[in-house]
Ligand binder design. Structure first.
Ligand code: CMP
Length: 236
Protein backbone atom coordinates (compact mmCIF):
# COMPACT_ATOMS: atom_id res chain seq x y z
CA UNK A 1 0.00 0.00 0.00
CA UNK A 2 1.32 3.43 -0.93
CA UNK A 3 1.35 5.40 2.35
CA UNK A 4 1.77 8.72 0.58
CA UNK A 5 -1.47 8.13 -1.34
CA UNK A 6 -3.27 7.09 1.85
CA UNK A 7 -2.05 10.36 3.40
CA UNK A 8 -3.42 12.29 0.43
CA UNK A 9 -6.75 10.45 0.57
CA UNK A 10 -7.08 11.30 4.27
CA UNK A 11 -6.99 14.97 3.29
CA UNK A 12 -10.02 14.56 1.03
CA UNK A 13 -13.18 15.64 2.87
CA UNK A 14 -15.30 13.17 0.91
CA UNK A 15 -13.42 10.26 2.48
CA UNK A 16 -13.17 11.63 6.01
CA UNK A 17 -15.56 8.97 7.37
CA UNK A 18 -13.64 5.99 5.95
CA UNK A 19 -11.70 3.67 8.25
CA UNK A 20 -8.14 2.45 7.59
CA UNK A 21 -9.31 -0.69 5.82
CA UNK A 22 -11.62 1.23 3.48
CA UNK A 23 -8.85 3.76 2.79
CA UNK A 24 -6.48 0.94 1.90
CA UNK A 25 -9.05 -0.43 -0.55
CA UNK A 26 -9.50 2.99 -2.08
CA UNK A 27 -5.77 3.45 -2.36
CA UNK A 28 -5.61 0.54 -4.81
CA UNK A 29 -8.18 2.25 -7.03
CA UNK A 30 -6.56 5.64 -7.55
CA UNK A 31 -3.89 6.69 -10.01
CA UNK A 32 -1.79 9.76 -9.18
CA UNK A 33 -1.19 12.17 -12.08
CA UNK A 34 0.95 15.32 -12.11
CA UNK A 35 -0.17 18.38 -14.07
CA UNK A 36 1.60 21.65 -14.71
CA UNK A 37 -0.10 25.03 -14.45
CA UNK A 38 -2.71 25.90 -17.11
CA UNK A 39 -3.33 22.34 -18.29
CA UNK A 40 -6.84 21.30 -19.27
CA UNK A 41 -7.89 18.22 -17.32
CA UNK A 42 -11.53 18.00 -18.35
CA UNK A 43 -13.10 19.52 -21.47
CA UNK A 44 -16.71 20.71 -21.59
CA UNK A 45 -18.79 18.51 -23.92
CA UNK A 46 -16.34 15.59 -23.86
CA UNK A 47 -18.32 12.36 -23.85
CA UNK A 48 -15.45 9.90 -23.49
CA UNK A 49 -15.70 10.15 -19.76
CA UNK A 50 -13.38 7.99 -17.72
CA UNK A 51 -12.64 9.34 -14.30
CA UNK A 52 -13.34 11.43 -11.23
CA UNK A 53 -10.46 13.52 -9.91
CA UNK A 54 -9.43 14.32 -6.35
CA UNK A 55 -7.09 17.25 -5.79
CA UNK A 56 -4.11 16.12 -3.72
CA UNK A 57 -2.23 19.40 -4.19
CA UNK A 58 -2.59 22.62 -6.15
CA UNK A 59 -5.79 24.21 -7.43
CA UNK A 60 -8.03 24.19 -10.50
CA UNK A 61 -10.73 26.38 -12.00
CA UNK A 62 -14.05 25.11 -13.33
CA UNK A 63 -15.29 27.19 -16.26
CA UNK A 64 -17.63 27.29 -19.24
CA UNK A 65 -16.88 28.82 -22.63
CA UNK A 66 -19.61 30.91 -24.27
CA UNK A 67 -20.38 30.99 -28.01
CA UNK A 68 -18.27 34.20 -28.22
CA UNK A 69 -15.32 32.40 -26.60
CA UNK A 70 -15.69 34.23 -23.31
CA UNK A 71 -15.08 32.15 -20.21
CA UNK A 72 -17.27 32.17 -17.12
CA UNK A 73 -15.60 30.81 -14.03
CA UNK A 74 -17.97 28.66 -11.98
CA UNK A 75 -15.61 27.77 -9.18
CA UNK A 76 -12.08 27.38 -7.91
CA UNK A 77 -11.33 24.03 -6.29
CA UNK A 78 -8.30 23.15 -4.22
CA UNK A 79 -6.61 20.42 -2.17
CA UNK A 80 -9.19 18.05 -0.75
CA UNK A 81 -11.87 18.91 -3.35
CA UNK A 82 -13.05 16.66 -6.19
CA UNK A 83 -14.46 17.17 -9.70
CA UNK A 84 -15.68 15.13 -12.64
CA UNK A 85 -18.39 13.33 -10.68
CA UNK A 86 -21.36 14.67 -12.66
CA UNK A 87 -20.84 12.84 -15.94
CA UNK A 88 -19.89 9.67 -14.10
CA UNK A 89 -23.22 9.77 -12.33
CA UNK A 90 -25.59 10.84 -15.12
CA UNK A 91 -23.72 9.48 -18.16
CA UNK A 92 -23.91 12.87 -19.95
CA UNK A 93 -20.91 14.69 -21.50
CA UNK A 94 -18.70 16.82 -19.24
CA UNK A 95 -20.76 19.78 -18.00
CA UNK A 96 -17.83 22.20 -17.79
CA UNK A 97 -14.10 22.42 -18.40
CA UNK A 98 -11.50 22.20 -15.66
CA UNK A 99 -7.95 23.52 -15.90
CA UNK A 100 -5.13 23.75 -13.41
CA UNK A 101 -4.36 27.17 -11.95
CA UNK A 102 -1.11 25.97 -10.35
CA UNK A 103 0.98 22.84 -10.73
CA UNK A 104 -1.23 20.10 -9.32
CA UNK A 105 -1.25 16.48 -8.27
CA UNK A 106 -4.56 14.79 -9.02
CA UNK A 107 -5.77 11.35 -8.03
CA UNK A 108 -7.96 9.79 -10.70
CA UNK A 109 -10.55 7.14 -9.90
CA UNK A 110 -11.93 5.21 -12.82
CA UNK A 111 -15.67 5.36 -13.46
CA UNK A 112 -16.51 1.76 -12.54
CA UNK A 113 -14.47 1.86 -9.33
CA UNK A 114 -16.11 5.11 -8.30
CA UNK A 115 -19.66 3.89 -8.98
CA UNK A 116 -18.93 0.72 -7.02
CA UNK A 117 -17.58 2.80 -4.15
CA UNK A 118 -20.77 4.89 -3.97
CA UNK A 119 -22.96 1.79 -4.02
CA UNK A 120 -20.94 0.21 -1.22
CA UNK A 121 -20.49 3.19 1.05
CA UNK A 122 -23.42 5.31 2.19
CA UNK A 123 -20.92 7.67 3.86
CA UNK A 124 -19.31 8.47 0.52
CA UNK A 125 -22.70 8.80 -1.19
CA UNK A 126 -23.82 11.23 1.55
CA UNK A 127 -20.56 13.21 1.33
CA UNK A 128 -21.03 13.51 -2.40
CA UNK A 129 -24.65 14.65 -2.06
CA UNK A 130 -23.68 17.15 0.59
CA UNK A 131 -20.96 18.70 -1.59
CA UNK A 132 -23.23 18.73 -4.64
CA UNK A 133 -25.94 20.50 -2.58
CA UNK A 134 -23.39 23.08 -1.50
CA UNK A 135 -22.43 23.69 -5.14
CA UNK A 136 -26.07 23.97 -6.19
CA UNK A 137 -26.75 26.52 -3.43
CA UNK A 138 -23.82 28.58 -4.60
CA UNK A 139 -24.94 28.31 -8.24
CA UNK A 140 -28.44 29.45 -7.21
CA UNK A 141 -26.97 32.48 -5.46
CA UNK A 142 -24.97 33.27 -8.60
CA UNK A 143 -28.03 32.95 -10.86
CA UNK A 144 -30.01 35.20 -8.51
CA UNK A 145 -27.30 37.82 -8.49
CA UNK A 146 -26.78 37.74 -12.27
CA UNK A 147 -30.42 38.53 -12.96
CA UNK A 148 -31.17 41.00 -10.19
CA UNK A 149 -27.95 42.71 -9.21
CA UNK A 150 -25.93 45.63 -10.41
CA UNK A 151 -22.39 44.84 -11.51
CA UNK A 152 -20.91 46.22 -8.26
CA UNK A 153 -23.28 43.95 -6.34
CA UNK A 154 -22.06 40.96 -8.36
CA UNK A 155 -18.40 41.76 -7.72
CA UNK A 156 -19.17 42.12 -3.99
CA UNK A 157 -20.99 38.76 -4.15
CA UNK A 158 -17.97 37.13 -5.82
CA UNK A 159 -15.70 38.45 -3.04
CA UNK A 160 -18.10 37.12 -0.38
CA UNK A 161 -18.19 33.70 -2.09
CA UNK A 162 -14.39 33.58 -2.16
CA UNK A 163 -14.31 34.62 1.46
CA UNK A 164 -16.70 31.84 2.42
CA UNK A 165 -14.83 29.23 0.40
CA UNK A 166 -11.24 29.99 1.32
CA UNK A 167 -10.99 33.08 3.51
CA UNK A 168 -8.73 32.91 6.56
CA UNK A 169 -9.67 34.97 9.64
CA UNK A 170 -6.73 36.76 11.26
CA UNK A 171 -6.12 39.51 13.81
CA UNK A 172 -4.36 42.62 12.50
CA UNK A 173 -1.62 44.27 14.57
CA UNK A 174 -4.29 46.72 15.72
CA UNK A 175 -6.37 43.81 17.08
CA UNK A 176 -9.07 44.01 14.39
CA UNK A 177 -10.46 40.79 12.84
CA UNK A 178 -10.09 40.69 9.05
CA UNK A 179 -10.40 37.96 6.43
CA UNK A 180 -7.61 37.23 3.98
CA UNK A 181 -8.09 35.47 0.65
CA UNK A 182 -4.64 34.13 -0.19
CA UNK A 183 -3.43 33.61 -3.77
CA UNK A 184 -6.14 35.88 -5.01
CA UNK A 185 -7.73 35.49 -8.44
CA UNK A 186 -6.50 37.96 -11.06
CA UNK A 187 -8.74 40.89 -12.09
CA UNK A 188 -9.61 38.92 -15.25
CA UNK A 189 -10.60 35.87 -13.19
CA UNK A 190 -12.71 38.05 -10.87
CA UNK A 191 -14.39 39.45 -13.98
CA UNK A 192 -15.03 35.95 -15.35
CA UNK A 193 -16.58 35.01 -12.00
CA UNK A 194 -18.81 38.09 -11.89
CA UNK A 195 -20.02 38.20 -15.50
CA UNK A 196 -18.28 41.46 -16.36
CA UNK A 197 -15.07 42.87 -17.84
CA UNK A 198 -11.62 43.27 -16.31
CA UNK A 199 -11.85 47.06 -16.63
CA UNK A 200 -15.11 47.13 -14.66
CA UNK A 201 -13.68 44.90 -11.90
CA UNK A 202 -10.66 47.15 -11.73
CA UNK A 203 -12.87 50.25 -11.33
CA UNK A 204 -15.12 48.62 -8.69
CA UNK A 205 -12.26 47.15 -6.69
CA UNK A 206 -10.47 50.54 -6.65
CA UNK A 207 -13.68 52.02 -5.23
CA UNK A 208 -13.90 49.28 -2.58
CA UNK A 209 -10.26 49.92 -1.67
CA UNK A 210 -10.85 53.68 -1.39
CA UNK A 211 -13.86 53.19 0.89
CA UNK A 212 -11.78 50.90 3.14
CA UNK A 213 -13.88 47.76 2.55
CA UNK A 214 -10.98 45.77 1.12
CA UNK A 215 -7.27 45.95 0.35
CA UNK A 216 -5.62 44.21 -2.57
CA UNK A 217 -1.98 43.20 -2.68
CA UNK A 218 -0.22 41.36 -5.48
CA UNK A 219 -1.13 38.02 -3.90
CA UNK A 220 -3.97 38.55 -1.46
CA UNK A 221 -7.29 40.30 -0.90
CA UNK A 222 -7.92 41.51 2.63
CA UNK A 223 -11.54 42.06 3.60
CA UNK A 224 -11.90 44.70 6.30
CA UNK A 225 -15.61 45.36 6.06
CA UNK A 226 -17.74 42.32 5.27
CA UNK A 227 -20.88 44.30 6.14
CA UNK A 228 -20.25 46.76 3.34
CA UNK A 229 -19.85 43.91 0.82
CA UNK A 230 -23.02 42.23 2.16
CA UNK A 231 -24.91 45.48 1.73
CA UNK A 232 -23.71 45.88 -1.85
CA UNK A 233 -24.40 42.23 -2.65
CA UNK A 234 -27.96 42.37 -1.34
CA UNK A 235 -28.96 45.88 -2.37
CA UNK A 236 -27.01 45.88 -5.63
P1 CMP B 1 -18.35 16.77 -14.93
O1 CMP B 1 -19.55 17.33 -15.59
O2 CMP B 1 -18.10 15.33 -15.03
O3 CMP B 1 -17.06 17.55 -15.51
C1 CMP B 1 -16.93 18.94 -15.19
C2 CMP B 1 -16.94 19.07 -13.69
O4 CMP B 1 -16.91 20.40 -13.19
C3 CMP B 1 -18.29 18.54 -13.11
O5 CMP B 1 -18.37 17.16 -13.35
C4 CMP B 1 -18.18 19.00 -11.69
O6 CMP B 1 -17.30 18.19 -10.96
C5 CMP B 1 -17.52 20.37 -11.89
N1 CMP B 1 -18.54 21.43 -11.86
C6 CMP B 1 -19.52 21.69 -12.77
N2 CMP B 1 -20.25 22.74 -12.39
C7 CMP B 1 -19.74 23.18 -11.22
C8 CMP B 1 -20.06 24.24 -10.32
N3 CMP B 1 -21.08 25.09 -10.57
N4 CMP B 1 -19.31 24.37 -9.19
C9 CMP B 1 -18.27 23.53 -8.95
N5 CMP B 1 -17.93 22.52 -9.76
C10 CMP B 1 -18.65 22.33 -10.87
Amino acid sequence: MDESIVGLLKGVELFSELNEEQLAMLCDLVVAQNFTRDETVVLEGDDSVQALYLIASGSVQVYMTGADGRETILSFLERGDFFGEMSLIDGEPRSASVRTVTDAKLLAIHRESFLKLIRQSPEIAMGLLSEMSKRLRKANRQIGSLSTMSVSGRVAGTLLNLMEERGVRIHTDGGKMVTVIHNRPTQQQLADMSGTTRETVSRISSLLVRTGAIAMTGKDIVIFDEGMLQEKATKG
